[in-house]
Ligand binder design. Structure first.
Ligand SMILES: C[S@@+](CC[C@H](N)C(=O)[O-])C[C@H]1O[C@@H](n2cnc3c(N)ncnc32)[C@H](O)[C@@H]1O
Length: 257
C-alpha cells in the first residue's frame, strides 16, 4: 500500500476520517510533511507507526485537523453578530439555540457566550460546541489560553472572566458552564436540529466542493425558520439560494425555507 488512495482508505478504517472529502493537494502536503518528520519512507511504513504508537496517532489527528483558533477571530464579523444579527434573532425571544460546529479548542463558543451575555444573563445561555478532535475538545473544556489567543477580548470581559495563571489565562467557570462540548464529525455524523444560529467557521475551507454542498444542505435542515448560518472569512457560499439561504450580511446566511 504505497499510494495515497490506499492510505486514505486505511485511515478511514482507522479513524473514521474520510480524507477524500478534504481538498487533496493541501491535505496530502500536510501528511507527507508529517511522514517525513517521523522518518517513514512510505505510507505503509507510516501506517504501522500510527497503529502502534498512540502519541504518533494523536499527533497525526491533530496535524490533520488544524486547530488554530482565537477569541473574536476576525473581530469585525463578531461586531456584526453583536450589533445586527443577535438583535434580529432575539426579537420576541428571551434566549436562542446556538451551535458552534468545529469549535476547536473553545475560543469560538466562549466568544459566543460573551456576545450573548450582552443581551441576557449567563444562566439563560446554552451553546452546543462540537469538533472531530477529542484532544481539542478536552482543551476547550479546560479553558486555559495563551496571551495571544485572548488579544481581542474586550477589556470588561477580560477583567470579569479571565484569571491570569503564570503565562496563561483561565476562563471563568460561569462562562464554561454555558457550553456543552461534544465530539462530532461534520462529514459523517447526524446533525443536531432546531438551531437559531449555527457558527461554522474556518473548517469548510479544507473540504471538497461536494462535501461543502452537502454541509450547506444539512445546516439548512438544522436551522429553525429564519435561522442564521455564520461562516468564516474565506467561506462565502456561492449561489446560496440553491441551498435555500439568502445573504443577510457578508458571511451571514438566513434560511429562507
Ligand atoms: C481552523 S479550526 C477552526 C476553529 C474555529 N471554528 C475558528 O474559526 O476559530 C478547524 C477545526 O475543524 C475541525 N475539523 C476538521 N475536520 C472536521 C470534521 N470532519 N468534523 C468536525 N470538525 C472538523 C478541526 O478539528 C479544527 O478544530
Amino acid at each position: 500500500m504505497n499510494s495515497y488512495q490506499g492510505f486514505k482508505e486505511k485511515i478511514f478504517k482507522l479513524t473514521a476520517i474520510d480524507l477524500s472529502l478534504y481538498k487533496e493537494k493541501q491535505m496530502k502536503r500536510r501528511i507527507d510533511s508529517l511522514i517525513k518528520r517521523y522518518g517513514a519512507s512510505s505510507y505503509s511504513e507510516f501506517l504501522v507507526l500510527l497503529e502502534s504508537d498512540k502519541a504518533i496517532y494523536d499527533t497525526f489527528i491533530n496535524h490533520l485537523t488544524i486547530n488554530v483558533s482565537e477569541f473574536y477571530r476576525n473581530i469585525v464579523q463578531w461586531d456584526v453578530l453583536k450589533e445586527e444579527i443577535l438583535p434580529l434573532l432575539l426579537a420576541g425571544k428571551s434566549s436562542i439555540k446556538v451551535w458552534s460546529a468545529a469549535c476547536s479548542t473553545g475560543e469560538e463558543p466562549y466568544t459566543l457566550v460573551m456576545n450573548l451575555s450582552r443581551y441576557m444573563p449567563l444562566q439563560n445561555i446554552q451553546i452546543l460546541a462540537t469538533d472531530i478532535d477529542k484532544e481539542a475538545i478536552s482543551k476547550a473544556s479546560k479553558g486555559i489560553y495563551s496571551q495571544k489567543s485572548i488579544e481581542n477580548v474586550p477589556s470588561d470581559f477580560l477583567d470579569a472572566y479571565f484569571l491570569k495563571q503564570g503565562d496563561n489565562y483561565s476562563i471563568d467557570q460561569s462562562i464554561k458552564r454555558c457550553v456543552t462540548f461534544k465530539q462530532m464529525n461534520l462529514l459523517r455524523d447526524q446533525y443536531p436540529t432546531d438551531f437559531d444560529l449555527i457558527v461554522c467557521r474556518n473548517v469548510m475551507i479544507y473540504f471538497t466542493e461536494d462535501a461543502k454542498r452537502d454541509m450547506y444542505r444539512k445546516f439548512n435542515e438544522s436551522l429553525v425558520k429564519d435561522g442564521i448560518l455564520f461562516v468564516g472569512s474565506s467561506e462565502q457560499i456561492i449561489s446560496p439560494r440553491t441551498f435555500n439561504f439568502k445573504v443577510l450580511r457578508t458571511f451571514f446566511y438566513q434560511k429562507i425555507q
